[in-house]
Write a protein that binds this ligand. Structure first.
Ligand code: NAD
Length: 247
């Protein structure tokens, strides 16, 4: 895989899966914009690591759930590096709760970040990629968007929504040589899953045929492949990377 001369935007690229994707893309030659909403230090650490490897990177603060901030983020990418070839819609949050107890605020917060955030960045990037007549987007969905999860109706709805967004935008942009795919991870060891108690973790592991949680790097490998020219005939697809959980 070769990303030399290409520019990638990774939303929520300061830690976890986004960080692994940003580092992996940079190692393959991409210029990378590491977006973050809070915690500039972590984003700057990713940028410093990329620069140590002679890559080019920049950290840009923006809340992707804000339509204007997302549009400005994409403008900043093009101003800094001249193009946007790859968009990884990775930013995401959880606000778990059973349906009877879920607050309206927690519902909207998760939909606004995980689904509308991807819409905001996709729309802004699509305008650029259509003009360039090339580009590739990967939306980080979740296996939970395919099979559901008790206590995560907001998150599962957003992640299922991302799949509909992926397929619709793929149909709209194919004629302009822009591919759009989704990656659905299973349970991955990041800050997002760190707070799950040991009982829940072991009950998840019991259901995973490969018998363990995944790593951010394992997800990044699949995301980067989907984004790369090696996957040039693949669009509108959902690649599941979950250790076999949902098969
Ligand atoms: P994480 O909490 O470690 O990282 C999430 C990133 O998103 C952080 O960098 C955070 O700053 C950023 N972010 C949150 N809200 C934002 C906003 N409004 N604007 C910009 N950035 C924002 O989580 P992670 O586990 O690395 O998750 C990354 C993606 O993978 C998420 O979309 C998540 O839903 C998805 N995912 C994770 C798992 C898992 O088990 N960890 C499983 C399936 C899917």
């Amino acid at each position: 895989m070769d990303f030399n001369g290409k520019t990638a935007l990774v939303t929520g690229g300061s830690r976890g899966i986004g960080r692994a994707v940003a580092l992996g893309l940079a190692a393959l030659g991409a210029n990378v914009v590491v977006n973050y909403v809070r915690g500039a230090d972590a984003a700057e650490e990713v940028v410093a690591k990329i620069k140590q490897l002679n890559g080019q990177a920049k950290a840009v603060q923006a809340d992707v759930s804000d339509h204007g901030q997302a549009a400005k983020l994409v403008e900043d990418v093009v101003t800094e590096f001249g193009a946007i070839d790859v968009l990884i819609n990775n930013a995401g949050i959880t606000r778990d709760g059973l349906i009877l107890r879920m607050s309206e605020e927690d519902w909207h917060k998760v939909i606004n970040t995980n689904l509308s955030g991807a819409f905001n960045c996709t729309q802004a990037a699509a305008k650029k990629m259509i003009k360039q007549r090339k580009g590739s987007m990967v939306n980080i969905s979740s296996v939970v968007g395919l099979i559901g999860n008790a206590g995560q109706s907001n998150y599962a709805a957003a992640k299922a929504g991302l799949i509909g967004l992926t397929k619709s935008v793929a149909r709209e942009l194919s004629a302009r040589n822009v591919r759009v795919n989704a990656l659905a991870p299973g349970f991955i060891m990041t800050d997002m899953t760190e707070n799950l108690n040991e009982d829940i973790k072991s009950s998840i592991i019991d259901r995973v045929p490969l018998g363990r949680l995944g790593t951010a790097e394992e997800i990044a490998n699949a995301v980067i492949w989907l984004a790369s020219d090696e996957a040039s005939y693949i669009t509108g697809q959902v690649l599941v990377a979950d250790g076999g959980l949902a098969m």
